[in-house]
Design a protein around this ligand. Structure first.
Ligand code: GRF
Length: 223
């Protein structure tokens, strides 16, 4: 099996990065993490990369007058590391359309809601205010509009009546740490691809794996 070189872009805590590094450390996992890029020099998540001996590149966005210049620097770092897939994991910068196009089908993001609900920030606060009974997380292909690319995989968690944004965030985050490696595996294995704005699966078994809690049935009704 040839493994697919994967880079992770972060801005902060890096708990999803940690989950991806741990998955990638297993030789049977198809997507080893070969580079971590942060736009923030003080991002705590950089420690996970250092501990695992993974090269780190800090590219402070403030060093660039324009967004496209920052994105070009990120793109150059990715190419010099021969990255083939890019995972956004708490990366707090909007990427230009040009960058997104360059990485079409190879750029994925995790968001702590069941998209398209609750795009953007303060997600858990808004989910609680809306009174939803189920929330969750989504790994999606990145398209130019923020949090709007097609979902690859989603995991659902209950929202309890006594939840506050922190308790709900913790429950969702635990699901994120399982979901992101699962989605990355599927993309790296070529079992899901971005086609005509949709996440297209190569087979029904792959689609089944994309339904996480609740698992409606072993076979997706869409197959
Ligand atoms: C996660 O909740 C992720 O879904 C969102 O930003 C948060 C990043 O957390 N995009 P971490 O830095 O991975 O711990």
């Amino acid at each position: 099996m040839s493994r697919v070189r994967t880079a992770v872009l972060i801005s902060g805590r890096g708990s999803n990065l940690k989950a991806l590094i741990e998955a990638g450390a297993n030789p049977s996992f198809p997507a080893p993490i070969v580079l971590v890029i942060s736009n923030a020099a003080a991002a705590p998540g950089l420690n996970y990369a250092a501990a695992a001996g993974i090269p780190v590149k800090i590219i402070p966005h403030g060093d660039f007058a324009r967004r496209d210049e920052f994105d070009s620097a990120v793109d150059a770092a990715l190419r010099s590391a021969n990255a083939e897939i890019v995972c956004l994991a708490g990366f707090m910068r909007l990427l230009t359309d040009e960058f997104v196009q360059k990485w079409h089908g190879r750029l994925i993001n995790i968001h702590p809601s069941l998209l398209p609900a609750f795009k953007g920030v303060r997600v858990h606060e808004r989910a609680i205010a809306a009174g939803v009974r189920i929330s969750g997380c989504t790994v999606h292909f990145v398209t130019p509009e923020m949090d709007s690319g097609p979902p690859i995989v989603q995991a659902a968690v209950p929202v309890h009546s006594d939840d506050d944004p922190d308790t709900l965030a913790a429950r969702v985050l635990a699901a994120e740490h399982k979901l992101y490696p699962l989605a990355l595996r599927m993309v790296a294995e070529g079992r899901v691809r971005l086609e005509d704005g949709k996440a297209v699966f190569s087979d029904c078994a792959s689609m089944d794996e994309m339904l996480v809690n609740p698992r409606i049935s072993r076979r997706s009704p869409l197959c």
